[in-house]
Design a protein around this ligand. Structure first.
Ligand SMILES: Cc1ncc(COP(=O)(O)O)c(C=O)c1O
Length: 291
């Protein structure tokens, strides 16, 4: 119930589960493509979101001394592969330090080398207090980890146990994965990711249905819109592209309202990317013809 309360990417994750865990408040993610808050003149949008947290949330709803932590994805995953707006993380870190609030980053999707650094938060020049990791950590075997500052990890022995925690097979897979990420995949994710992002940006020039291409390393989102001016999301078009790509041999997964995520294995080669992008573009052409 705690975990499901924290997600806010789609309302169907909450449907049927109310009342959720008390004490959790959500704020808008600093989405530079779809800002929902009003910036002051010259204010970077990332700082606007932090100002909103300080003035509207801490100032009116939650006394800061009652806030244990702020949990945030360094790059939003399920919500639409969104790279946060400029200024967000430095301002958020300062806010947390001002009030003694822990900064907790959910790196379950963005972490473990996917962005070309071990953790996506490293791209934004701040250090979190707690990092949550899972998914890629053991190459498909079930494992999760909470990594925190020493001063936070003084729990008495056995105070957080579970049946499958420390599973030897999963731990062995994680050790092998960590070795591979360090020796090869970090660099590959950075290089092939930059290459893929460039190719997708070129592709977007040929397709007005693509409103935005964004990402870091091998965590890239392609957002489809009805009109580039209005940025109205085109969910049906996105779904059509996913179906057509599948029929031609490429398995894709959507996220957000009208986004396709590009989140391949970190060992992917340029040739494999080229092959995948060719099928993706064919699917986009076919979807455009069908509309
Ligand atoms: C950012 C993020 N956090 C947490 C989770 C949940 O992870 P798990 O399925 O391991 O509970 C997901 C799953 O998609 C995720 O993307």
């Amino acid at each position: 119930m705690g975990a499901v309360t924290f997600t806010a990417s789609k309302n169907h994750y909450h449907r049927g589960f109310f009342p959720l865990m008390n004490g959790v408040t959500h704020v808008p993610y600093p989405d530079p493509y779809r800002p929902v808050l009003q910036s002051l003149p010259g204010e970077p949008y990332g700082e606007t979101v932090v100002r909103y947290i300080e003035e509207q949330v801490l100032g009116k709803i939650l006394p800061p001394e009652d806030v244990a932590g702020i949990l945030v994805e360094p790059i939003q995953g399920e919500g639409g592969y969104i790279v946060p707006a400029e200024g967000f993380f430095p301002a958020l870190r300062q806010l947390c330090d001002r009030y003694g609030i822990l900064l907790i980053v959910d790196e379950v999707q963005s972490g473990m080398g996917r962005t070309g650094k071990w953790w996506a938060i490293e791209h934004f020049g701040v250090e979190p207090d707690i990092v949550c990791a899972a998914k890629g950590i053991a190459s498909g075997l079930p494992l999760g980890a909470m990594i925190a500052r020493k001063r936070l990890m003084k729990w008495p022995k056995g105070s957080h146990g579970n049946t499958f925690g420390g599973n030897p097979l999963s731990c062995a897979a994680a050790l092998a994965t960590i070795e591979l990420i360090g020796s090869e995949y970090l660099q590959n994710a950075a290089e092939v990711g930059t290459y893929t992002l460039g190719k997708l940006r070129e592709m977007s020039l040929r397709h007005p249905s693509i409103g935005d291409v964004r990402g870091i390393g091998l965590m890239i989102g392609i957002e489809f819109v009805k009109d580039r001016q209005t940025r109205h999301p085109d969910e049906k078009f996105r779904d059509k592209v996913v179906d057509l790509a599948f029929e031609h041999g490429l398995l894709l997964l959507g996220c957000g309202k009208s986004v396709i995520r590009i989140s391949p294995p970190l060992c992917i080669t340029r040739q494999e990317v080229d092959e995948g992008l060719e099928i993706l573009e064919r699917a986009i052409y076919l979807a455009e013809e069908a509309c």
